[in-house]
Each structure stands twice: as structure tokens, then as C-alpha cells.
Design a protein around this ligand. Sequence first.
Ligand SMILES: *[C@@H]1O[C@H](CO)[C@@H](O)[C@H](O)[C@H]1NC(C)=O
Ligand SMILES: *[C@@H]1O[C@H](CO)[C@@H](O)[C@H](O)[C@H]1NC(C)=O
Length: 376
Amino acid sequence: MKAPVLVLLFAASIFAYPSVKNAENCSPDKCKIEDNCRCSSSINPISDDENPAPQLIAITVSESVVQTLYDNYLNPLFFDRKNPDGGPIGLTFYVPHEYTDYSLVQDLYVRGYEIGDHSITKEPNQTYWREATPQDLQDEFEGQKTIISTFANIPSKDIVGVRTPQLQLEGDVSINAYVASGLGYDNSWPTYSTEQILPYTLTYASTQKCTGTMNCPKDAHEDFWIAPLTNIKGVNATECNSLATCLVQGTADEIADWLFDEIKSYRDSNRAPLTLRLDSYWFLFTDNSYEGFTKFLDKIAQEEDIFLVSVQDILEWIKNPVGHKDYKSPVHDDRTADCLGVTCRLKNVNNEDRYMKSCVPCPQVYPWKGNPLGEG
Ligand SMILES: *[C@@H]1O[C@H](CO)[C@@H](O)[C@H](O)[C@H]1NC(C)=O
Ligand SMILES: *[C@@H]1O[C@H](CO)[C@@H](O)[C@H](O)[C@H]1NC(C)=O
């Protein structure tokens, strides 16, 4: 009587652990959305000509959240903006640590925007990210999640998205570090504008092309999502995914038309959700970019099937897909949090002064990799 039970328990325990072998090929009959599984593909779950999918666009910001960014760009560009159904727009902020003002991070969170993780150091050296140990990566990403949730005083469970600096994914090492840090999706892996892959899980092998200098994950990671960073075409039809590095120049109307046409090329094909990287230096270094981007935002607001949402909202849609006529702007108006708003003058690891605005009492030293709570 006992033997079969033991065999079953043994088998169950094997399958309960994440695989360390290469992931198997995916097929939709074994990978179902109700099991939190989706194969990598360019197939939209909605294929209804009468009521096609909404064209979802997530504008993503991965720079330090500081007062000038908030006052000069975020407030005038986004705060009063509405989606075509009259609901609020979404945005995603992958927040790095240095110089970030955590009272502003809390403000963005309470406004309903998504707060994600962009590491503590945002180290510019690409080799650092490619050669980082599992511990380095966990210190970077789990550490930053701790810093954000502590000093912005927002729930850790709401920080689920991550983008790695310089888009330098280190394959399975990165994904394992994300999972160990309690993160649920990545938005660092570019998908070509000709490929147009929709978000998927790493339960089975990915078919997304491995681009540039990044390492792509090969193992199975159940329940972990990839939200591809969608490329568009920039100057001379080069592939790009940051509005700044697309290097398009022109009048405000030309910049607005370029962006609108790029969105249209997705909308006219498979309507894969788009994630666009917005860097504020684009507005400083490209003439007419601010006016052009404003015109672009005004233009898409006239279209009944284009919605600005967060990356997290995109994943919610793909888990519960509906056509654009039934789509409602996601509302996150139930968020409250307390904030002291104290300015902390702290020493960093090089004994230099750093100012940090915090929602809770000041730590003893400037929080950093290996010491996210800034303990003395
Ligand atoms: C970049 O990082 C690598 C590995 O951490 C190091 O060997 C190299 O010297 C660094 N390069 C620069 C320019 O700092
Ligand atoms: C785009 O192509 C034109 C014509 O070949 C060339 O002169 C220009 O430098 C290119 N622009 C960029 C930014 O590569």
C-alpha cells in the first residue's frame, strides 16, 4: 500500500523544483494561460475583426526620479492625460537608486503608476552586468526593491517588474536573481520590429531572437514573464527601442508623425503591446522632441483603440484578453501611503555627501549595494 504513495511523492517533489536543464519547446496545448503559462509567439489572443485587441502602449522610464524630471516632464506631459475611454493613463517607472527622491516615488505610486526595479547602482559598465555573480545581482535587485519599499513606504508586493541596466541580461543568472528577489517579469529583452513577440512566460523555451551582446535565458522558469522591449524603426529604418536612441530629427509634426506611424505598423499587424523607453535627455538634446511627443500623445488620445497603460497592466490584459470595445483603462485609485518627506544628508561608500528624500526617518548612511537599509 505504501510504495505507490512514496513513488508519487518522489515524483511530485522532482517536479516541484525548477528545472536546471534547458527548457523544453513550448506548445499551446501544454502551456495554457489559465495555468499562468504562455508560449513566446506573435499570436495575439484576440483575433476578432469586429472587435480587435486594444493597441496597448506602455511608456517606461528608467532613470532616477528627481524633482526636475517630475516638474518639467512628468507633470505637464502625463498627469492630466486620459485614455479614450476617459480612464487614467498608466506609466511604468523602473527606479534606480542614486539621486532618487523617494517621496516622489511614493507620489507616482499613489497616482496609480507602476513602480518597478532598475538596480541600486545602475552601473554604466556593461561588463559588470554580463559578469555579475548571482549574489551581485540579488544584492542589486532585491536590495533596490527593499530600498524602494522602505524609503518610499510602499508595499513590496506591488514591485514586480524589472529592467536591467544597459539591457545587459545575463541569461538564467539574471532570471534566477529576479525570482530570488521576488520579481515577476522582465522588460529588458528587445524584440525586433519584424518579430513583434507578445509577453510570454519562461515555463518553456523562448523563441525570441537573442539580440546584441545580451545572454538569453535557456532554463525553464515557471511563472516568470518576459515583457519584450518592442523595437520600432528610427532614423534610416534602424531598429531601436528608446525614443532618444532612435535619433529621429525634424519638426514637431514630423516627430509626432514618425511615432504615430510606428505605432500604426503594430496596430495594422498583430497589435502586440508596445513598451517604449522614454529618457528625459531626449527632450534636452533633440530639437522639437518635447512638442513632437506632446502632439503624438494628443493624437493617440483621439483613437478609440489605443491605450497608455503600465507594463503590469499589459500582463493583466494578456491573462484576461478582451477586444478594444470591451477594454477599460485599469484604475489603481485605492492606493494610500504616508510620507514624512524628510531630506536626509548622508555619506555614501566613498564618504561623499548624498541627499535623499525619504518617507520614513533617515537611515544612518546612504543606502547602497550590500546595505540597502543604510545601517551604520
Ligand atoms: C568594467 O567591469 C569589468 C568587470 O567588472 C572590469 O574588469 C573592467 O575594468 C571595467 N571597465 C571599466 C572601463 O571600468
Ligand atoms: C541616414 O542616412 C543618410 C543617407 O545615407 C546619412 O547621410 C545619415 O548620416 C544617416 N543618419 C544617421 C543618423 O545614421
